[in-house]
Structures are given as structure tokens and as C-alpha cells.
Design a protein around this ligand. Structure first.
Ligand SMILES: [Fe+2]
Ligand SMILES: [Fe+2]
Length: 280
């Protein structure tokens, strides 16, 4: 399996790739191509694809982790390039989502034009689904552990009122690679421990070798809310105890989150960046 990071918040020095706050991964598994999230509204992920030699017209399926526009921002542009790939998404991801910041509330939901113009491309996920051989989406995350502290700045607007976001709009992707599972989370708003535990429930006889995605230890594009040191350390220790092989992370994990996890995860922690290629 090959993974190319089309967009993460960072890139290598001297890189000519576009960077913005967001996440997008291009995954090739046994000849099947998946676009996991589409990056932010500046469409950097889409612009980067050609620079990285990736033809998005050959994407077989899109999987959208949740309804925030740093993950859905490239969808409209994608539809202009690719007229066949279904988009697996939770129906709730079309809701009205906001973050509260020191400078006021900001809409961070999916562009309404997606549902208006491309509804027939959206496949709403309700239950675990094998979208292609060994490639699964899991849309029901059991929340046994606490969710990230940072979620408290995130809201959904229902009947004109902002209510705490319960992240029913989040799903995750699992790929079975020779009996080793790789779990892909977008932002991990439901809590990476809950996501991994749910994956274990769904696939009780398989080992989770790799986790890729954001862990939401930092809020949004800014650093005004960050997870407590204890929360970060506890998550890192839990990942070690669970025997997770490698944790490829970046995006909303934040630099501080990665710095604090490093002494615990050590070389299991892999920092992702725009343009990174991973072979598993
Ligand atoms: Fe995000
Ligand atoms: Fe998010």
C-alpha cells in the first residue's frame, strides 16, 4: 500500500507544494485508489496532486472523515476532475459547523454547493461498509473514553443556535494490509482511543499496526486552545500499551502535541508533511 500526503499543514523546506491547514491523503491499495479527505478551501491538495504526479481522475472512491472544511475544501474542484468516484461521507457531515475563536464564531462546515450540485455523488455511510476488498469505512464510533479537550470550541448550528458538536459526522477508514490494519483518522475528534477501540471491536482478530491522521490535540488553525500535557501523555502511553506500531500524525495534533508525545512514542511517531510518501 502506498500513501501520498497531498496536504498537511506543513511541508519540507524549499518545497514548491502548496500548504494550508488541512489534510488529504491519496492511497493506493492493490490497484484501487482512494482519496481520503480533500484538504482545505484553498484547494491546495488538488493543486498539489499534479505536482506529485497523481491523476485524480483515476480516484476510485473518496472518503470524507468529517464535515469540517479543512477536509472537504477540495471536493468541488475534485468533482470537476473526476466524474465517477463515489464520495463516502456521513449525512451529518452536511450540517452547519462552527468554531468559536477569540475573534468570534466562524463557519467551518462543508460548502453548501456540494449538496446542491453533487448530491448524487454522495454515498451516505450508516454502518461499516467494505467499499472495496480489504478497504472499510466505519461510521459508528463508540465513545467509551473522553473526547479531545479541544472539541469544546467546536459547535453545530441547529435551529439558529450553537450547540456542542457531538461529532456524529465523523467516520474512519480501515485498510487491511496482509492482516495488519491501518486506521486512518481525519482529525480524531471522537478521540483516537475511541476510534482504535471501535476498530478493535469491528475487527477483533486483527492487529492494528498503523494509525495515520490528526489527533486533535490543538484546536483548528490556531494554537489558542491546546490539550493539557497530561491528556497528550496519557494518549501516547495508551498507544504504546495497545501495541500500535507506528503513528503517522500531524495536522491538528500540532507541534506541541507531537513534541510532548515524542519522549513516549519515540520512533513510533512519524511526522507527516505535504508531499510525504509512505509505503506500508
Ligand atoms: Fe482538521
Ligand atoms: Fe475537524
Amino acid at each position: 500500500m502506498k500513501i501520498t500526503v497531498l496536504l498537511e499543514n506543513t511541508s519540507l523546506k524549499n518545497s514548491d507544494l502548496f500548504v494550508e491547514h488541512g489534510l488529504s491523503l491519496f492511497i493506493e491499495k492493490d490497484g484501487y485508489n482512494i482519496l481520503f479527505d480533500t484538504g482545505g478551501p484553498q484547494e491546495s491538495a488538488i493543486k498539489n496532486s499534479s505536482k506529485l504526479g497523481i491523476d485524480l481522475s483515476k480516484v476510485d472512491a473518496v472518503v470524507i472523515s468529517h464535515g469540517h472544511n479543512d477536509h472537504t475544501g477540495g471536493l468541488l474542484k475534485f468533482f470537476q476532475i473526476n466524474d465517477k468516484a463515489p464520495v463516502y461521507i456521513k449525512k451529518e457531515a452536511l450540517g452547519s459547523y462552527y468554531s468559536k475563536r477569540p475573534d468570534g464564531e466562524k463557519y467551518i462546515g462543508t460548502d453548501n454547493k456540494i449538496a446542491e450540485k453533487y448530491l448524487e455523488r454522495l454515498h451516505f455511510a450508516h454502518k461499516t461498509l467494505e467499499i472495496a476488498q480489504n478497504i472499510f469505512i466505519v461510521p459508528n464510533i463508540h465513545k467509551e473514553f473522553a473526547v479531545p479537550y479541544n472539541n469544546y470550541v467546536l459547535f453545530e448550528k441547529i435551529n439558529g443556535e450553537l450547540v456542542r458538536d457531538d461529532f456524529k459526522h465523523e467516520l474512519f477508514l480501515v485498510i487491511n494490509n496482509d492482516n495488519n490494519l491501518t486506521v486512518f483518522s481525519g482529525c480524531g475528534h471522537s478521540g483516537i482511543k475511541n476510534i482504535i477501540n471501535t476498530a478493535k471491536e469491528v475487527f477483533p482478530d486483527k492487529k492494528i499496526s498503523t494509525v495515520i491522521g490528526g489527533l486533535h490535540l490543538q484546536a483548528g488553525a490556531s494554537t489558542f486552545v491546546v490539550a493539557e500535557k497530561e491528556e497528550i501523555g496519557e494518549i501516547a502511553e495508551w498507544l504504546v500499551l495497545e501495541g500500535i506500531g507506528d503513528v503517522y500524525t500531524g495536522h491538528c495534533t500540532g507541534e506541541r502535541g507531537m513534541d510532548l508525545m515524542w519522549p513516549i512514542l519515540k520512533d513510533k511517531l512519524k511526522r507527516i508533511y505535504t508531499g510525504m510518501k509512505i509505503t506500508l
